[in-house]
Design a protein around this ligand. Structure first.
Ligand code: HEC
Ligand code: HEC
Length: 386
């Protein structure tokens, strides 16, 4: 059985977040972060921003991947001839991921948990050759200050207001200064990722938990399977926590632990040169963790195809079918044979109808349900979501 890892870390990050974002309007730092997050000018060919791979229209993952998951299971870089070996996970709700815990082997940003915070994480993509491809930190700061960057005037204002920095007077030979500014850039992006924009908790399921709407018969059947015969909630917890002050902590659909599902190696041409991905085991150099990847949050999952760390599954129906039938001999063997979880999945005995029910339930986790509420809908007076 799995160890439970849902405790304080999540709750406290939740509290921090609720405090920080209780007002809907963004702070100066969050606005700056938003501008940086969506700025394509900050990449090698001025053609890629964080949002290119983590866009709201794709549940904060890569819209190109979501539109053509079979052709593009992974993102292309600013240099369109380059790509990484892993599927871009949503940046939405990543704000709730606790720091990596060396004892529990849980938490951390990335599929293998190698970055601690959103701020640490945000320093990577700019300089990654298969992502935004900038040569160094100074180049990123220079692109922000560059008069040819359409946003440079707004950046001048924000950097002065938020950090007291004059962007037009940067000494690029002062390495400590450059690293400090780069740190501020990452901090601002991280603060934006913590806002309600990326963590709105407005899915149909959230409204259902708050007693403000009902699920269809098929969605209810899917929920029952998710928490019952499918056993999904053992790793993707689906229950809300009712706090002592009567507020609800909505479920995040991940316990932040790591598991090897036995996902096959991708045969997509973009991934042919990729070495075997050992996941957590490769990062911490521990064979007992080989093949294990962080349990994904399932929020907005309908929007963020393809699925799993290598994008092996193009649709939700595919991955649910895999969970159900992994052992039936129709699937290629696992990419990493060690440590495959044979206890909790692989032969669930679900019917075709039940697989479809599970998918219908997963589709209730998409944010923005309030827009679909009938105009004359009067919500019952039950605790609103944070
Ligand atoms: C070219 C596509 C691409 C770009 C551009 C990109 N990312 Fe990512 N992002 C990825 C991939 C791929 C991963 C997973 C990599 C891994 O796990 O090794 C990832 C992981 C993440 C995660 C971790 C999520 C989790 O649940 O573990 C966050 C947060 C994130 N990116 C935010 C950002 C930010 C902020 C930027 C801009 C500074 C950015 N990304 C730019 C592709 C991209
Ligand atoms: C033993 C833990 C465990 C159980 C049980 C489990 N999952 Fe997962 N799930 C994971 C892990 C770990 C990943 C990421 C694996 C990877 O990419 O290699 C994942 C990934 C997923 C993804 C892909 C998310 C994405 O964005 O790529 C979906 C969808 C999913 N699970 C749905 C389900 C459903 C539905 C069930 C029940 C039938 C279920 N899971 C049961 C651990 C589990």
């Amino acid at each position: 059985m799995k160890k439970k890892f849902l405790g304080k870390a999540v709750l406290s990050s939740m509290m921090v977040l609720m405090g920080a974002t209780s007002a809907m309007a963004l702070t100066g730092q969050e606005k700056l972060g938003q501008m940086l997050y969506f700025d394509k000018y900050l990449s090698l060919n001025h053609n890629q921003s964080c949002a290119s791979c983590h866009h709201p229209a794709a549940g904060w993952a890569d819209p190109l991947n979501a539109a053509m998951p079979d052709v593009y299971p992974v993102s292309l870089g600013s240099d369109r001839n380059l790509n990484g070996c892993r599927n871009a996970p949503p940046s939405g709700y990543a704000a709730f991921t606790p720091l990596f815990d060396n004892q529990m082997l849980a938490g951390g940003q990335f599929w293998d948990g190698r970055a601690d915070t959103l701020k640490d994480q945000a320093k990577g993509p700019f300089l990654n050759p298969v992502e935004m491809g900038m040569p160094d930190e100074a180049a990123v700061i220079a692109a922000i200050a560059d008069r040819n960057n359409p946003k440079s005037r707004a950046y001048q204002t924000f950097f002065r207001q938020v950090y007291g920095v004059n962007l037009s007077k940067i000494d690029y030979t002062n390495n400590a200064l450059i690293l400090d500014l780069y740190d501020k850039v990452a901090e601002a992006i991280g603060s934006f990722e913590q806002t309600k924009r990326l963590t709105s908790f407005t899915s149909k399921y959230d409204y259902y938990l708050a007693g403000m709407t009902t699920l269809s018969d098929q969605e209810m059947a899917g929920l029952a399977l998710f928490e019952g015969k499918g056993g999904c909630n053992a790793c993707h917890p689906s229950a809300a926590q009712v706090n002592t002050d009567a507020t609800i902590t909505p479920p995040l659909f991940t316990d932040f632990t790591y598991d090897n599902l036995g996902v096959p190696k991708s045969s997509n041409v973009l991934l042919t040169d990729c070495p075997t991905d050992l996941g957590l085991g490769g990062r911490i150099n521990d064979p007992a963790q080989d093949g294990k990847f962080k349990v994904s949050s399932l929020r907005n999952v309908e929007m963020s195809a393809p699925y799993a760390h290598n994008g092996y599954f193009a649709t939700l129906a595919d991955i649910v079918h895999f969970y159900n039938t992994r052992e039936d001999g129709t699937w290629p063997g696992p990419e990493v044979a060690a440590n495959v979880n044979y206890n909790e999945l692989g032969n669930l005995g679900l019917t075709v109808q039940e697989e479809a029910d599970l998918v219908a339930f997963l589709q209730t986790l998409t944010d923005g349900f309030e827009d679909k509420m009938p105009r004359n809908f009067v919500p019952p007076s039950i605790t609103p979501l944070p």
